[in-house]
Design a binder for this molecule. Sequence first.
Ligand code: NAD
Length: 418
Amino acid sequence: MATDVFELAKKHFFRYAEPLNLEKRYPGMDIHEHLTTPDRSIGFRLTVQRDDGTLQVCQAFRVQFNDDRGPYKGGVRFHPQVDLGETKALAFWMYLKTAVADIPFGGAKGGVQVDYQSLSLAEKERLTKRYTLVLGNDIGPEKDIPAPDVNKGELEIAWMLDTWRMNMGSYQRGVVTGKPVSLGGSKGRREATGRGVFYTIVEALKDLGRSLDDCTIAVQGFGNVGANAAALLHAVGAKIVAVSDERRAYYNKKGLPILDLLAQSPGGKLPETFANAEAIDRDTLLTLDVDVLVPAALENAITEKNAPSIKAKLIAEGANGPTTPGAVEILADRDILVIPDILCNAGGVTVSYFEWVQNRQEFYWTLHEVNEKLKAVMVTAYHTVSELAHREDITLREAAYRIAIERVAEAAARRGVQ
Ligand code: NAD
């Protein structure tokens, strides 16, 4: 992602915040600056020993953006494109997301610039553990709670818990979320982001007078978010006609056998060949003639270039920042309904919150309880946003931003000015 992504994210913010008149309503607080300046940006050199004994130096980050509504919360990403600008933008969106979902957290994000997939298992463990060791007391269950993101799942989260516990000398499971259930993770966390995407699609289709069993869907990215969303959509009768990963895409106009594909796609990697589908160009997927498009890979998938050719009537942003600001305008002009990332993919952080609650009380919920509570949060968040959008004749994105900004500004003001 280009380093100016955070500047673009701020521009969006100012445009959406303008009608709220925050500077007048909260005088003397420099409220816009407050809401667009990270509380802390931590950048550090991370040195990892490779299996051949040589050292590799990587850049690592943790941005703690805003904690007005609760402790910092956000994932950690291991990817070659990670930089400070990207991490700031992701942390910024994170605090807006926790506010839209109305869960009592702020926002943070972390990352390491590394070709993680090329590392051996032992190298991955050393990298993850060293990252956690360096952050040390900067994270903690009452302070800043990391979680999974791209290239980071239960395995890495368990390593983070182990390191923090040894380093700090106290067993507090709530320091990270997205843990394996055997280490105090929540049932349902693994599928939670995809499940949240699914719930928002169901509600948005109702707004469009459509239902899932007569929809065709394309899903970009077949990792945690994309594959789980695809499986749930498929289970209720929707036709998933195309899926992609970073190297390939498969298409079948009659619908892909998603469970077979899932079984053959460990770690979000689609198989090299797949008998029941046609191989298509990875980026063609975005402009296929489908009812619903789910970008669930990385940022900037939908751009000014391909937005005019998108045929989907509904876009559900499973990924963070998949649509560039220019493309946002084009899609709005074309009356394509977009469920924005800070609403659509909030299911992950919501169940992370449930996991943190369960860890604090050391009393664990059934999968049914978790899913019902998640559904209640996502459906309420969707309708709060959608009702404002209808009332004010604005997009879902604009409405979600207004709601989030209002909530955080109010909390910031209530904390006093001294
Ligand atoms: P993941 O690493 O599990 O999966 C990413 C998938 O995207 C992989 O299949 C990868 O091959 C594919 N991909 C990468 N580049 C691609 C491209 N150009 N075209 C098509 N596919 C491509 O990651 P994830 O956890 O599923 O995260 C995906 C997105 O969702 C990210 O934007 C992440 O920030 C966001 N997100 C994740 C969570 C979570 O709980 N994991 C929560 C909220 C948001």
